[in-house]
Design a protein. Sequence first.
Length: 185
Amino acid sequence: MFTGGFTESATFSAYHPEDDPEVFSLFLEWVYGRQFAPVTEANMKEPSNSHFFMYRVKLYIFAEKLCLDELCDYTITNLMSLLQQYARSPTVQQMREAYKGSAVDSPMRKFMCYNFYLHLKTGVEASHWMSKALSDALVAVPDLCFDFMKLSREVNRVENPKRMAKCAFHKHAEGEECAYKGIML
């Protein structure tokens, strides 16, 4: 962006009014330290703890927009690790956000679709996975509906996406060495 023929290269500045300041803060943590500050047990006990997960979804979308595949891989690995560690699943709202902002072939969409499939097939009427909310998501997000139909035809058994190999949701090339293989972030 700063070295090409873009406006940003002439002004040495970038303006992203549509991006959340918290997301940009996470981005800077990664830029300067190649990691995020740890999420603590105390943070997770707060009623609004789902924002930790939503910020990661939004950061992934931000990284995808800037073509930062390594940050995408780090972010989804971190998200999967946190969801597994705290026994959580993405909410329908987070799923809708992921579909609203990510690319059509995004691994984030694949991850969300797998979660949708898992909870539709095995879930009970949990607070954020109610049948009505799932149905509304399919209607509101046609790409999710399409991905769900496709996945339903491809898989024979339900696998928890949080426990799947993280590389199943990474952007690095198949066979390429994964920087986050087997790591819980």
